[in-house]
Write a protein that binds this ligand. Structure first.
Ligand SMILES: [Zn+2]
Length: 228
């Protein structure tokens, strides 16, 4: 029988986190819990939290700790997460969120925090080449000889270069993130008690990254079982 796992995946934008989350989720047969996806679903379904979040986003604000924690708390209480575990993606983002997560997981602690470490130049290249559909949000990668106008294969709308995907804007975001996430681990306070490892990523090698990630998880499990 495949053991479950309770994992947190960290990594800057463009680190390939989404791909790894899907792979890990299949490997361990646990749900991929993405706060971004949950937030969008809550807004779409018009739940109380979703309505609160929508109002904040419509006013141009950032959704705060209270709402994010509410979403995660509710999701972690579900049967699948309590039973086999989960892969948490996009949470915790702040020290406070990490502290609350510590309390929420006191009985079933996180097995491993994985930090996808991707070179800055690679993130820059990936994000500069990113194009996105104006209407449905499908992502594309520009290789330099696309026919223009570029039409979305999913919904026939226009595929655009986002204003904030210019090299300058990306550099700025990376700097902001580095400032906020001193030490590589965002929620440093909350990570202290957990196993924490950094997985190197390489351009265009998602399989290699996945293998390293699984090795890291296996190593932790062995250590916990007193075999490592
Ligand atoms: Zn589209």
């Amino acid at each position: 029988m495949i053991p479950g796992a309770r994992l947190i995946l960290l990594g800057r934008q463009g680190a390939g986190k989404g791909t790894q989350c899907v792979r890990l989720s299949r490997h361990f047969v646990v749900p991929h819990i993405s706060t971004g996806d949950m937030l969008r679903a809550a807004v779409r379904e018009g739940t109380d939290l979703g309505r609160m979040a929508k109002k904040i986003m419509d006013d141009g604000g950032l959704v705060g700790d209270e709402i994010m924690i509410g979403l995660v708390r509710e999701r972690l209480s579900h049967h699948d997460a309590r039973g086999r575990g989960y892969i948490l993606d996009g949470f915790p983002r702040t020290v406070f969120q990490a502290q609350v997560l510590d309390e929420l997981t006191a009985e079933q602690p996180i097995d491993l925090v994985l930090d996808l470490d991707v070179p800055r130049e690679l993130v820059l290249a990936r994000l500069s080449a990113r194009r996105v559909c104006r209407d449905c949000g499908t992502n594309y990668v520009a290789v330099g000889y696309e026919k223009l106008p570029w039409i979305c294969e999913v919904c026939d709308s226009d595929v655009m270069h986002r204003d904030d995907d210019t090299p300058e804007a990306i550099e700025h975001r990376l700097d902001l993130r580095r400032g906020r996430h001193a030490g590589g681990c965002v929620p440093a306070a909350g990570c202290r008690r957990r196993h924490h490892t950094s997985v190197k990523t390489s351009p265009g090698l998602p399989n290699f990254v996945a293998a390293n990630t699984l090795d890291a998880v296996a190593a932790t499990t062995l250590v916990e079982a007193g075999l490592g």
